[in-house]
Design a protein around this ligand. Structure first.
Ligand code: ATP
Length: 503
């Protein structure tokens, strides 16, 4: 629902979650800045991940590697040679697109037609509707499914054979138009490397070219031995890291879903060769559980197995999330074999092995990785949280139903009126709460409007201080989602809120 995406973008800006980068200069495409609430949500997601991965697993430790790495890193990893996307320019609009994304979007349109047929039939047949049977018998659905299969097969073959001429033909035959200008006047398809480069210092003979890392993983691979030795780690063990990565994405619409500068949360798990399928399944399970534990809706996730494996993988899948644009990749889980460590051994001339004392031999470990985009997770949280509601009295509200553990502000303390000692009492409560949770005080406007503002920010609890409070020491706690109000003693408020938002 593109309309929902638009609303989320507008809401994010209005309430200090996400701003277009350098907006006073009309922004910079595919880069965004996180505002006062956005930065808190991002931090909470990062902490929630870190706690699950590092704190809860005694055999996983964290590092923080630098963004700049020795240029040979990217030769070894294959990024210099193989980190390319097939691009096509539109001759009229002069805009450049990823050929694969153009085709993907075309396929999504055909899929939408199928969904429409299903919805229509569902309505017609009601409880008697058998979806599986319908999909395998309805003529229009079968035709469309056949089209999709043919397009996908041809696309896959073209990519495998690097047959860019046919890829261009495919785009033309499908009648794909430039989404901006509507023109179908395309150039050849060409490969472009996605890495950003810059120059390192003024070395004797001019500068030397270095890259901004396009993934955080390589910082972990090159530190494998450092961590293994200094941490006295035994297989299996993991190294986790969160940090910025940079890709010169060409199709970079869809808000923070695809950016040129983004943040990854990755964990590389080093294991004994031969055990990779077991660990691959294990991490698939663990990661989907992590997602579902957040309560963004169990039906919003699905696995997508890669048939077309990257050069380094022997098994790979995505966890897809039901974003406003449909199901898209949120996290990747890859069995990377010993590809990376072996390549770094070869290029660096250093051994990157593990001495297995049971087997009495050394070998290069295999790796299973989990890799999730922090910004995509942020968008997943926002898109499942954003809700427009009509209330019983006919008025409406926008509420962000963010899981309390992730909410930027856990509680707002609201003196009913801004005098008579109420603000002072409110500040007392706030001063007690602020040591453990992020809390804010709001004294402006009528109480109803202040509740609405906190709903829009996603604050799970409002604590209202009134005249009665000064007499009996009780406050009102209002719960964001149910809007239910309860009287609780001030002394209990702190522990009540802390419990409710505990990790
Ligand atoms: P896509 O196919 O969507 O470009 P990818 O398969 O290239 O993604 P990976 O290389 O597996 O992605 O990176 C791991 C994770 O990093 C992805 O699952 C995604 O959440 C995140 N990610 C990748 N590229 C971007 C980007 N340009 N902007 C935001 N997040 C990204």
């Amino acid at each position: 629902d593109q309309n929902l995406l638009k609303k989320i973008i507008a809401h994010s800006k209005e309430y200090g979650y996400v701003f277009p980068s350098s907006e006073i200069y009309d922004g910079l495409s595919a880069t965004y800045d996180y505002g006062q609430y956005g930065v808190e949500l991002k931090q909470n997601i990062r902490n929630y991940w870190w706690k699950a991965m590092v704190q809860m697993n005694e055999n996983i430790v964290g590092i923080d590697a630098s963004i700049f790495m020795h240029p040979t890193t990217w030769k070894a990893s294959g990024h210099v040679d193989a980190f390319n996307d097939p691009m096509i320019d539109n001759k009229d609009s002069k805009k450049r697109y990823r050929a694969d994304v153009l085709i993907e979007e075309h396929v999504a349109k055909i899929e939408a037609k199928i969904d429409k047929e299903v919805a229509k039939a569902e309505k017609r047949f009601g409880d008697d509707f058998n979806k599986a049977e319908f999909l395998s018998t309805n003529g229009r659905v079968l035709d469309n499914q056949k089209k999709i299969d043919e397009i996908n097969a041809r696309f896959k073959k073209d990519i495998e054979e690097e047959n860019f001429e046919d890829l261009k033909l495919l785009i033309e035959e499908l009648g794909i138009a430039d989404p901006v200008s509507g023109s179908k006047n395309w150039t050849e398809v060409k490969q472009f490397n996605l890495m950003f480069s810059t120059e390192l210092g003024a070395v004797t003979e001019g500068a030397s070219k270095i890259y901004l890392r396009p993934e955080t993983a390589q910082g972990i691979f090159v530190n494998y031995l450092n961590v293994q030795k200094t941490g006295r780690m035994k297989l299996p063990f993991g190294i986790a890291q969160t940090g910025k990565a940079f890709r010169n994405e060409i199709i970079a619409r869809q808000f923070i879903f695809r950016m040129r500068e983004f943040e990854q949360m990755e964990m590389q798990f080093f294991i004994k060769p031969g055990t990779e399928m077991e660990w691959y399944e294990n991490w698939k399970n663990k990661r989907i559980k992590w997602h579902k534990s957040l309560g963004l809706g169990e039906d919003n996730y699905r696995f997508h197995d890669h048939l077309n494996l990257a050069h380094y993988a022997n098994a790979a899948c995505d966890i897809e999330f039901n974003f406003p644009m449909g199901f898209k990749e949120l996290e990747g889980i890859h069995s990377r074999t010993d590809f990376d460590l072996k390549a770094h051994e070869e290029f660096s001339g250093k051994k990157l092995q593990f001495f297995d004392s049971e087997e009495e031999k050394s070998y290069v470990p295999y790796v299973v990785e989990t890799s999730i985009g922090l910004d995509r997770m942020f968008l997943a949280v926002l898109s499942s949280a954003y809700t427009e509601e009509t209330l019983e009295d006919g008025s409406s509200r926008v509420v962000l139903r963010i899981p309390p553990v992730l909410a930027p502000v856990k509680a707002a303390v609201l003196p009913l009126i801004n005098k008579d000692g109420l603000p002072e009492k409110a500040r007392e409560i706030m001063d007690e709460l602020k040591y453990s949770v992020n809390v804010q005080m709001d004294v402006k406007d009528a109480i109803g409007r202040r509740y609405r503002r906190q709903d829009a920010i996603g604050t799970p609890y409002c604590i209202t201080v009134d005249h009665q409070t000064l007499e009996d020491g009780m406050v009102t706690i209002r719960e964001r989602d149910s809007m239910e109000q309860r009287r609780v003693s001030v002394t209990e408020v702190v522990s009540e809120i802390e419990n409710a938002v505990d990790l």
